[in-house]
Design a binder for this molecule. Sequence first.
Ligand code: ADP
Ligand code: MG
Length: 283
Amino acid sequence: MTDAATSADRPAAVEFHRVTKIYAPATPREYVAISDVSFTIPDIVDHGEISSFLGPSGCGKSTVLRLVAGLEPQHPPTSGTVHVLGRPILGPASDRGMVFQDYTSFDNRTVLDNVAFGLECQGMSRDDRHALARDWIAKVGLDPDRDGAKYPHELSGGMRQRVAIARTLVLRPRIILMDEPFGALDPATRLDMQDLLVALWREVQATVLFVTHSVEEAVYLGDRVFVMATTPGRIAEEIRLPAASAPARETQSQPWFHEQVQALHARMQRIEAEARRPNGRGG
Ligand SMILES: Nc1ncnc2c1ncn2[C@@H]1O[C@H](COP(=O)(O)OP(=O)(O)O)[C@@H](O)[C@H]1O
Ligand SMILES: [Mg+2]
C-alpha cells in the first residue's frame, strides 16, 4: 500500500482549517497574528513525518505550534478549527509533547528526575520511572550514571537540549512540537542534534512539527516545509522534500540540497522585503 492509501482513511495528524488568531481583540493593542491558516499533516501508518515551519520573526510560527499544544493564550483560536488525530483540541494533553528553545528543566532536580518528571506526574512508581528515564538518557547520547546525577547548571547547551528531548520523548507523544529547539546551539552541535532527532524520530515514529529560522535545518529535517509570510502571518507555500535519509553533514553537501536551500533563501528574502514595505503585503 502507498502512503496515500494508508493515510486516506485515517484522521490527519494535525489539521488547521481557516485558523485566525487575534491577540487582545477589541482593544487598542489588537493584533492579527495569523490569518486564515489551513494545512493538513497526514498521519502515515508506522511512519510519521517531520514538517518544518520556516518564516521571518513574528510571522506566527510559535502561535501555530502553541495552538497545536493547546497552550493559552494562543489556544483557543479566534476563528477556525484545529484538530489533532481527528479530535478538536481542548487543551494540553499527553498525545502532544513540546520542546522549546530555552532550556525548561527544573534547576533543583537532577537530570534523572527531570527526565522522570512527566512519568511521576502520571503516577508511575519510582523504580519504573527511573528505569525508563535512564533508557532515554542513554538514547539521547548521555550517560545515565554520570550525567543522570548532574543538575542542569552543570550541563552544556547541547546536553541541556538532549535532556529536554528525553524529557518529552519518554512520554511517547504521537505529536512532537519543537520551537526552534536548536536555535541557541553552535553550528557543529546543531548538526549533531539534527542527526539525533532523525534517529529518535525513526524509532518513535511520531509526527514532528519543527519551527526554525534556518533554511538549511528546515530543508534537511523536513518531509515538507511550510513557508510562512507575515502581516498577517500566513502559509505562503508548502514544499515537499525527500525525507532525511543520510547524516546531516552528508546531505548538506549534496547538490540537490544546495539548490533547494538557495531557492528557499531567495523566497525568504522576497518575503522579508515584502514585510518591510509600509503597507505589508505590497504588490
Ligand atoms: N501573547 C501575545 N499577545 C500579543 N501579541 C502576541 C502574543 N504572542 C505573540 N504575539 C504577536 O504575534 C505575532 C506572532 O508571534 P509568534 O507566533 O511568536 O511569531 P514567531 O514565532 O514566528 O516569531 C508577533 O507579532 C507577536 O508580537
Ligand atoms: Mg517564535
